[in-house]
Every structure is written in structure tokens, then in C-alpha cells.
Design a protein around this ligand. Structure first.
Ligand code: ZN
Length: 459
């Protein structure tokens, strides 16, 4: 699942643009920590210009000669990547490790700036003077906060989302078009943050010392709401969705969906090629709002067996209720995160509250002017929890692969698709590296799983 790699922040992990957008909610609280998945880094300029990712093509003879033994078969797949291609994708993905750190540090710097300088408290005081209701004043501050952080993190956003994507040959947009989409995103985030800050602080004023429990309830509820509405109202703001032409592949995907309880009556294609060369697909929505969506890069670049394998994976996410399970697991994580924030804020407010013009104790937490402190604390927590969040999503991704193998029975198609994903994900990390940094399993792990299935289940 791709968090609208348009990347409503998160092109990051997760199950579908729905979950992505849902979690965008969660990550709004952590600010720029979120952007980590999209993550390429400093590009060795000379080696990265190639527009196409060289994978040696396979034909029927190659497939017929593929060893039966899983390790050997996996090696045969991975050896089709040229050394240059592998070096490029390693550099891109490893750069993302550093971006997690830079995003966290920048998020903290922005929080410090807003706490230690006048503009933040000035906006808070001004909003209270002009707005008749407290909830409206809080919403205005939430909107200000969205715009201020957007502006202050813009240089890193441009580097990460535009320059680096172009350096690695994955972006297809000029700067004006890209920037226009960022402005649309800013509008959406400002509106969402204004509303949710207003809701959150109305609650914080009434819950005293237990505020951190209620804050996680609000966050999870808003995330669920986001999963419902994002595919319908937000995704179409930057991409066009239209039904896939009738034909064998559409019938095959719908048959798999209906056999697995996905209440969808159509398959949609969206024009991701406007933004990127990456292939992706998702089954978005919750319950009856389910929609099967695949991007035009996948339709154009992948064979029918690859498309069946990828859609079997996405259907698996839906059938196994991965969005709901993620909400529960991230809810527990956020409970811990807000508990940490409560502890950190109590200490920091009693030490620096007066200089930040914030009351200490629960009144300080309930003052919307302490929002940068809350976001900073959650940002630190999420940074430390990176291996946990990645393991939650990576585990579900492996489950969806297994579902695809059992449903679509296309181990070769799945493996071939995984080679395409190797364009932007390191193929053969060490075990610790995969545990800490991978929100999806590596190509090696995924192809090996497919080859083991093939050995046992295909005659
Ligand atoms: Zn997935």
C-alpha cells in the first residue's frame, strides 16, 4: 500500500492509500517524521542518470530452467539485476535511513523555534482575542501550525520529494506541477489539522491527568475516519481514477476479489505516471467503501501474471482486515507515545513553561500553545519506535504475500513484480537492517517466500 506516494507525507509503508492517509493523520502529530519512506538520499550524481532500471528480461526458456530449490531460484532472480542497478537502489534506500533522522531533527528544531520565539504565542493570543469561541481559536492556531511547519520544512521536502526523486530517475513531474500538488496538500492538511486540533484541545481541557489516554482514542478515531474519507475525497484531488477497460485481467481481478469477500464491483486505474515511475496498487476503504485500484505504471509495465499476483496481495490486505488491525496496533503504540509525551511535557513545562509563556501542569498541556511541544515529544517517540512500526507493517506485508500465493498461485508473477519494486527498495539487506528499516520485506525475502511456496505447492 502506498500512502499516496504523491505522498501525502507518507508514501510510507502501509496497506493502501487509505491506510496511508489514515496514518497520515497519526503522523501529522509527529510532523515530518512521517515522510521517511519516500526516502532517497544524496545521489552519486554520475551513476544515477539512467532513466530505466536495468533488469535482465526473462523469457520462457529462463523460466523453464529456473531451479526448483528455493535458495537457488531466488539467486537466479536477484542475479538479473545489474550491479549498477543494485548499487543505485541500495544508495536510494539507504539514504532514506538518514532522512528518518534528518526529518526528526528538523521536526524538533521547528518545535523549538515555535516555543522559544514570539510568533507562536502571538498567534495563540491573537486568535483568542478575535475568536468568540475557544474551539475556534484552537482551530485557527492548528491552521497556523500546519502552515508554519510546512514553510519551515519546505527545503527538506523539496530535496526529498523532488530533487532526490529526479536524481534517481523516478519522478516524472516538473517543479511547477509538483509544487502545485504540495499546495493542494497544504490546503488539505491545514483544514484537517485545524479541525483535529480544535477537537483534541476541547478534550484535553476536560480530561486532566488522563489526557494522554483520551488523546490516543481521538487519534485512532480520526485515523479510522481518514481511512473512510481519504479515498473518496482526498486521493482524487491529485489523481484521476477511471474504470479499467473490460477484459480478461479485470475479470480475473474481480473474480479473486469476490471470492475473498471484497464488496467491489469495479476495478479502477489511476494516473500515477503523472508523478512517478513506480508501480503500485491498493484496496482502499473500510467495509462497503472498498475499492480496488491499481496505477497505470503497473498496468503498462507488468504482465498479466504479475498483475494477478499484486492484486492477490492487495485483496489479502482487505480480507485479513489489515487496516483495522493497524488501527488497533498503532492505537496501542500511540497510547505509549502519549504517555511518554505526558511525562516529558510535565517536566519541560515546569522547567521552561514561564519562558514559553505557558502554564505548568495540566493547564499547560491543555493550552494549544504547547502543541509544538506535544508534536516534538511524539516525534521523538516515533523515531525510537521506527523498528516497531516497520515490523508491524512488514509482518502484514508478508501475510499479504502469502495470501497472494494461495489465491493467485503466481509465484513467478509475484517474484517478477518484486524485482520491479527493487527499483526503490534495497534487495538484500542484513537481518538487523531489514528489522529496523524495512516497512515491506526485502525483495530477497519476498522472492524466497514465493519460491518456497512454488517448491511445495506447484507440481
Ligand atoms: Zn502490501
Amino acid at each position: 500500500m502506498q500512502l499516496a506516494a504523491t505522498s501525502w507525507f507518507l508514501a510510507r509503508h502501509l496497506i493502501g492509500s487509505a491506510l496511508c492517509c489514515a496514518l497520515a493523520w497519526l503522523f501529522l502529530w509527529t510532523g515530518p517524521v512521517a515522510a521517511a519512506e519516500a526516502a532517497p538520499s544524496v545521489a552519486p550524481a554520475a551513476s544515477v542518470a539512467a532513466p530505466r532500471f536495468p533488469v535482465r528480461a526473462a523469457d520462457d526458456a529462463w523460466r523453464a530452467a529456473l531451479p526448483r530449490e528455493p535458495e537457488a531460484a531466488t539467486r537466479a532472480y536477484l542475479d538479473r539485476l545489474s550491479p549498477e542497478a543494485r548499487a543505485r537502489s541500495d544508495a536510494y534506500f539507504e539514504g532514506g535511513y538518514w532522512l528518518i533522522l534528518w526529518n526528526t531533527l528538523l521536526g524538533l528544531a521547528v518545535a523549538a523555534l515555535l516555543l522559544w520565539t514570539r510568533p507562536s504565542t502571538a498567534v495563540r493570543d491573537w486568535a483568542r482575542r478575535v475568536a468568540r469561541w475557544r474551539w475556534l481559536a484552537d482551530a485557527v492556531y492548528g491552521g497556523f501550525y500546519a502552515v508554519a511547519t510546512w514553510v519551515l520544512t519546505l527545503p527538506l521536502t523539496v530535496y526529498e520529494g523532488f530533487m532526490r526523486e529526479h536524481a534517481y530517475g523516478m519522478a516524472t513531474q516538473g517543479f511547477a506541477a509538483w509544487f502545485g500538488e504540495r499546495l493542494v496538500q497544504l490546503g488539505v492538511v491545514t483544514l484537517i489539522l485545524g479541525l483535529s486540533v480544535s477537537l483534541l484541545y476541547a478534550l484535553l481541557r476536560r480530561t486532566g491527568d488522563r489526557w494522554w489516554m483520551w488523546a490516543s482514542v481521538v487519534t485512532v478515531s480520526l485515523s479510522a475516519l481518514g481511512a473512510l474519507v481519504a479515498p473518496v475525497w482526498i486521493d482524487p484531488l491529485v489523481n484521476t481514477y477511471k474504470p479499467v477497460e473490460d477484459g480478461p485481467i479485470k475479470r480475473a481481478v474481480l473474480a479473486m476479489a469476490h471470492a475473498n469477500g471484497v464488496p467491489a464491483d469495479n476495478v479502477y486505474e489511476f494516473d500515477a505516471s503523472r508523478q512517478t515511475t513506480r508501480v503500485s496498487a491498493n484496496v482502499s476503504g473500510l467495509g462497503d467503501t472498498a475499492a480496488i485500484r491499481l496505477n497505470d505504471n503497473l498496468l503498462r509495465r507488468a504482465s498479466d501474471s504479475e498483475i494477478r499476483a499484486v492484486m492477490g496481495h492487495e485483496i489479502g490486505h482487505y480480507a485479513m482486515h489489515h487496516i483495522t488491525k493497524s488501527l488497533v496496533m498503532f492505537g496501542v503504540l500511540f497510547l505509549a507515545g502519549f504517555a511518554f509525551a505526558a511525562w516529558a511535557m510535565r517536566r519541560l513545562l515546569s522547567r521552561f513553561g514561564a519562558r514559553w509563556r505557558l502554564p505548568s501542569g495540566p493547564e499547560g498541556v491543555a493550552d494549544v500553545g504547547s502543541l509544538p511541544l506535544l508534536v516534538g515529544a511524539i516525534g521523538v517517540f516515533m523515531f525510537v519506535a521506527t523498528p516497531i512500526t516497520n515490523t508491524i507493517t512488514r509482518t502484514m506485508e508478508a501475510e499479504a504475500d502469502m495470501w497472494s500465493l494461495n489465491l493467485a498461485r503466481e509465484p513467478l508473477g509475484l517474484s517478477e513484480a518484486m524485482l520491479k519494486l527493487a527499483e526503490y527498495r534495497k534487495t538484500e539487506p542484513g537481518p538487523l537492517e531489514e528489522f529496523v528499516f524495512f516497512d515491506h520485506p526485502s525483495a530477497r525475502s519476498r522472492i524466497l517466500m514465493a519460491m518456497r511456496w512454488r517448491e511445495q505447492r506447484l507440481p
